[in-house]
Design a protein around this ligand. Structure first.
Ligand code: COA
Length: 153
């Protein structure tokens, strides 16, 4: 069993440990990054805690401000939320913790009047992609890349 609550400053060491052990992000956030996320958007930062009180997962997000009205009209949205980071400790996966964290953050976004939520996830992170699809997220764009040979052919 687990429960979800807002992240507190004293949780940040455990949060950082989980984020550092998960390589899905291009660059692992530093402790200062995580501290900054909590300082800027404490209302959109949640942790999952197991029976023994250990932090076993977290999710962070924020409201994307400053989007031009014209763009919001195109997106048929009035306010936009962004899922920044999510990870669950590997020993505690497939127990619904990721889903619980996301549902908590999505509910809070909705309560605050956010009506569109976006996120980026590396295509090879199948667990994350499946979880997001299960929650109703759909792919809007593909971020493509190709390495160029260093010598001319
Ligand atoms: C993505 C992640 C947070 C999922 O956490 P979790 O607590 O295991 O997720 P849940 O137990 O809530 O799973 C919910 C659903 O997601 C899907 N899912 C989760 N893990 C999966 C996997 N390894 N393979 C396929 N589908 C998976 C399933 O549909 C699952 O429902 P089910 O168990 O009823 O089949 C976790 O795997 C993780 O931390 N991964 C590394 C970091 C990461 O990829 N973060 C997100 C992308 S940035």
């Amino acid at each position: 069993m687990f429960r979800i609550r807002s992240c507190k400053k004293e949780d940040l060491n455990a949060v950082h440990k989980i984020s550092a052990e998960n390589t899905s992000f291009d660059a692992t956030p530093t402790p200062a990054d995580t501290e900054g996320m909590l300082a800027r958007n404490p209302e959109y930062f949640y942790v999952a805690i197991d029976n023994s009180g250990e932090i076993v997962g977290f999710v962070t997000g924020y409201e994307r401000k400053g989007i031009p009205e014209e763009v919001l009209r195109t997106w048929k949205a009035s306010r936009v939320g962004y899922i920044d980071l999510m990870a669950v400790d590997s020993a505690h996966r497939r127990q619904g913790i990721g889903m619980g964290l996301m549902n908590t953050l999505l509910r809070k976004f909705g309560e605050d009047g956010i009506d569109l939520v976006m996120l980026d996830v590396p295509a090879e992170q199948v667990a994350g992609v499946r979880l997001y699809e299960k929650l109703g997220f759909h792919v809007r764009a593909l971020n493509m890349r190709k390495y160029l040979e260093s010598e001319n052919p």
